[in-house]
Design a protein around this ligand. Sequence first.
Ligand SMILES: Nc1ncnc2c1ncn2[C@@H]1O[C@@H]2COP(=O)(O)O[C@H]2[C@H]1O
Length: 412
Amino acid sequence: MGKLTEIIHQESKYQQSRCNLLDYYSDSESVDYYYHSNINITRPFIKFSHYNTIMYTKYIFQKLTNFLISHPHLDHVSSLVINSAGFATNNPPKQIYGSYYTIDSLQNHYFNGIVWPNMPDFDIVNLNQRKFKQVFHVGNYKIKMFPLSHGELNLIEKKSRHKVKFKNGSTSIKADNDDREQGTPVAADSIPPRRHSSVTTIPAGINDDDYVKTKIYEGFQPNGSRHNSSASSIGGNLDEEAVKSHYLSSAFLISRNFKNTTNDADISYLLVFGDFESDSISHLDYNLRIWQEIAPLVNKGQMHGIILECSNSFEIDENKLYGHLTPRHVIHELQQLASECQRIKIDEENEESQALKGLNIIINHVKEPILSNYRQIKDPRKQILKELNKLNAQENMGIQFSVALSGTSIII
Ligand SMILES: Nc1ncnc2c1ncn2[C@@H]1O[C@@H]2COP(=O)(O)O[C@H]2[C@H]1O
């Protein structure tokens, strides 16, 4: 709510939209630079009186009745959870939609009465579990949810390691097979696993041999009872092993016929991805299946835009991706989409070499380079846009790239 208040206040008082993050870099550009020239940047709050900011925020929040949640990572649910304390109790509950994984986590790890009050019990929010690949309706919109991989689940295996006390009184950790340590062990007790990484790939500096795949979801059912679950029971014929060894995120294909006709050609589509990694990293085909589904819509010009992440502004070691994309991965994935579009083109004579020409791709979830080793810190949004446009030109793809800026509004 705080962010929306800031945005309304900024826009109504200063008559311009602004993204604070741009202020932190010496090389950042004005807002227009980050959006493709065909994108309509709008300022919905410009005519508001800034003295009524709180009232407008409250009003807009009342109007927000449905939430699609891609995955239950804290950075994706914290605002919803915290703001739920301010949802008016005399209003119908807010409807939250997500996969079994998302809904189960929201209930059991956030709205559990300990981390936060059990808002579903108080009818302040309503948690709606939906299956992947099954269409559901939210207001005037049709939604189809697809699974995504947001990294591989890993556990550092408890290696046979012991606390070793040396004659001189010092202690050390010694692995059974480690003969390098000097001294005679006088006490040895096993220690718990060093670290349990809830998600993703292996952190820097850790030996690959220390890892085994964690089967996090094995045996869990929505009611919390343990059970031998099968992947297909949670929707969409997911590969069972993949479900157990990869952190699942979701993409939402959102559609609506704004002309209210019965003609399918009048339906507009928007595809919104949660955090995800490239098929080339996961070795799954989750993304390919989405590209296959939307290729006909892209060919017919019904896909108004795709919102997807590019967390990393530079190419990094696979082990430090943590289930995200770099600019090269974005291009790789869009090349997969382009191939699908080409493959299904019926009219060979009219075959367009640039299958994605004019397609709007809006990049989000850019991470600040706070942990990077580079001394000179540059605006990561600018870096990403430059790199994407370079590759876009090299590959002659004709895509319209933009980078979403927090605090700005667009119409696509
Ligand atoms: N194994 C890990 N070790 C250290 N950091 C991690 C690990 N896995 C994930 N992360 C970080 O935790 C973050 C969770 O949110 P993100 O997926 O956006 O980005 C993730 C990484 O920055």
